[in-house]
Design a protein around this ligand. Structure first.
Ligand code: AMP
Ligand code: GLY
Length: 424
């Protein structure tokens, strides 16, 4: 099978790494890919939002399936584009249609979906510029901390958690009246604060059936001990010790089943991944957010734990055959540490030479923000390289992942030394 994978980060490197192990794969193209993905296929210089260029490429190379890594092409409607084109309509795209992708593209839409299908989530109200005063009054009825969310996509930065009422009112004004997050904050969701431990749950659905993939914990803040600015994610661990038994059953019954049924009831054309961001509040799960793709860096631990064939899983997803697909999971712990460019998540330099990747043998050195320049590998983004290791315990996986980090170097590199510590 000839497959085109869209994206360029650590998530896409990991999906490419895994698909390359399948006998079903005959040729992989990655658009645009990164400095490591050519180990598994051919990088092509096409952007995920250039649907016409994607069309020409798919037809020219007889691509048989498109796997979408990031959310942007999905939110922009790549699935609808394929479905409505006579030449493309039989080429499956792994991902939801535009309306399904709105679950990630609009927080208000996602909250309404949860309310309609009785899925547990924080209480909320949505406000716009014309109702900013109502929003301030609503804040007065809540207890701190106050949670303010830009409705639209804001690159993971659109959520503010604030302790002071005055500050919350000010930020609400700045989001609604001063475009703090541009168009993304022309609507703002204010919601109840959930006090608990976060968890990322991943599901794949073929539109009819679903499979729950390994869960993971992400470390979003730049600083050790969960301090400082939010990032895309500084590391991840899978499995998460508390996600089992009774808790996992509640997740499946109260959240996963009504979510998948909700897609069907609402008429979404949803095949592909569902990423459910959850809060465990005293043993009860609540949805914080939906994403319509895999997480990054969660993918760097979730996908390596899958022992069964990933291309076969995508094929079963595209042909509504997931019920007959057997998912085998490695019970060991996978842990990944993200090495980032100094300055990230603020501004940072790029073009720094990375050395030592070739010394890594025990684990997976996952390229994220890298590019090739002749024989050199250079940094090209904030999150540069993830080191994924396996162990029979979190401690063992940690030890190996940090040994890998020690083998790699580039000027100004930074990483968190406490990935997994909170789970010990
Ligand atoms: P989101 O972009 O929706 O994932 O939110 C970013 C982060 O804000 C989450 O990962 C949580 O840590 C935090 N957060 C979001 N909503 C809530 C909430 N209702 N209560 C507590 N923390 C929240
Ligand atoms: N790691 C969080 C995300 O992918 O959104």
């Amino acid at each position: 099978m000839k497959i085109l994978l869209l994206g360029s980060g650590g998530r896409e490197y990991t999906i490419a790494w895994k698909m390359a192990q399948s006998d079903l794969l005959t040729k992989l193209y990655i658009a645009p890919g990164n400095g490591g993905t050519e180990s598994f296929g051919e990088n092509v210089a096409i952007k995920g939002d250039d649907f016409n260029a994607i069309k020409s490429f798919v037809l020219d190379k007889n691509i048989e399936m498109v796997v979408v890594g990031p959310e942007a092409p999905l939110v922009a409607g790549i699935v609808d584009f394929f479905k409505s084109d006579n030449e493309l309509k039989n080429v499956p795209v792994i991902g939801p249609d535009k309306i399904g992708a709105t679950l990630e593209g609009s927080k208000d839409f996602a909250k309404e979906f949860m309310a309609r299908h009785e899925i547990p989530t924080a209480a909320y109200k949505t406000f716009t510029a014309s109702t900013v005063e109502d929003g301030k009054s609503f804040l007065e009825t809540l207890n701190p901390p106050y949670v303010l969310k830009a409705d639209g996509l804001a690159g993971g930065k659109g959520v503010l958690v604030l302790n002071q009422l005055d500050e919350a009112k000010q930020e609400l004004e700045s989001m609604l009246l001063e475009d703090k997050f541009g168009k993304a904050s022309s609507s703002v969701v204010i919601e109840e604060f959930l006090d608990g431990i976060e968890l990322s749950v991943f599901v794949v659905t073929d539109g009819k059936d679903y499979l729950i993939l390994p869960e993971a914990k992400d470390y979003k803040r730049i600083g050790e001990g969960d301090t400082g600015l939010n990032t895309g994610g500084m590391g991840a661990v899978s499995p998460v010790p508390f996600s089992k038994g009774d808790f996992l059953r509640k997740v499946e019954d109260r959240i996963v089943k009504p979510t998948i049924n909700g897609f069907q009831k609402d008429g979404y054309d949803y095949i592909g991944f569902v990423f459910i961001g959850l809060m465990n509040v005293d043993g009860d799960p609540y949805v914080i957010e939906y994403n319509v793709r895999m997480g990054d860096p969660e993918t760097e631990v979730v996908i390596p734990r899958i022992e069964s064939d990933l291309v076969e899983m995508f094929k079963a997803t595209a042909t509504q055959n997931l019920a007959n697909y057997t998912l085998n999971i490695n019970p060991e712990t996978a842990l990944t540490v993200m090495m980032v460019s100094g300055g990230y998540p603020g501004s940072y330099p790029t073009g720094k030479e990375i050395s030592g990747i070739e010394n890594i043998t025990d684990g997976i050195a996952i390229h994220a923000g890298t590019r090739k320049d002749n024989e050199s590998v250079l940094t090209s983004g904030g999150r540069v390289l993830a080191t994924t290791a396996f162990g029979s315990s979190i401690v063992e996986a940690q030890k190996k992942a940090y040994q890998m980090v020690d083998q790699v170097s580039f000027s100004g590199s930074y990483f968190r030394r406490d990935i997994g510590n909170d789970l010990l």
